[in-house]
Design a binder for this molecule. Structure first.
Ligand code: FES
Length: 169
């Protein structure tokens, strides 16, 4: 788990304890996913140092909880990236160069889909249709929509995000 070095604050640990303390003890396994969602919603991610408390609340092994957290891409084990790039990988965009755009993004950020850039600033995620099929390939960067994106334009958007300036549509 990548968040091994992250130390959850006492305040956040208390929030997790509050989430885990609602229900019978031990909690039924059917509650594991809802509780993990609640923890991620509250903290933004599920740090490795929370796994023992979660496992204890469910009377599960740490390995079992770790396995569930890492099985689902939805669960993040590191603090949220500052920027999130969603690249459309659906059919219309793929026919207009989305695969090449993805390859370019992976090279520029130094990570694969579902990964983080080497500096931890960008998360690279797929999305499947943004309703911009006629102006594909499309992406969102920090929820801002961009269409007809070329690799050069993607570079500019990433540079603008890194510099903290508003990316031009
Ligand atoms: S397929 Fe990419 S916007 Fe519709």
């Amino acid at each position: 788990m990548q968040s091994q070095d992250y130390h959850t604050s006492q305040q956040d640990s208390d929030r997790v304890d509050a989430i885990l303390s609602t229900g019978p003890a031990p909690l039924p396994q059917t509650e594991l996913l809802p509780k993990l969602h609640a923890i991620q919603q509250a903290l933004g991610f599920i740090a490795a140092d929370l796994v023992p408390a979660i496992a204890g609340a469910f009377n599960l092994s740490r390995a079992e909880v770790h396995g569930v957290i890492t099985f689902y891409h939805h669960f993040q084990t590191t603090p949220p990236a500052r920027h999130t790039l969603h690249l459309c990988q659906a059919e219309a965009c793929r026919s207009m160069g989305a695969e090449q755009l993805l390859a370019h993004a992976e090279q520029a950020l130094g990570c694969r889909l579902h990964g983080r850039s080497a500096d931890g600033q960008f998360a690279l995620e797929p999305v499947y249709c943004l309703g911009q099929c006629a102006t594909s390939p499309a992406l969102t960067l920090d929820h801002q929509l961009h269409a007809r994106v070329t690799p050069a334009r993607l570079d500019r958007l990433l540079a603008q995000a890194t510099a903290g300036t508003v990316a031009a549509p």
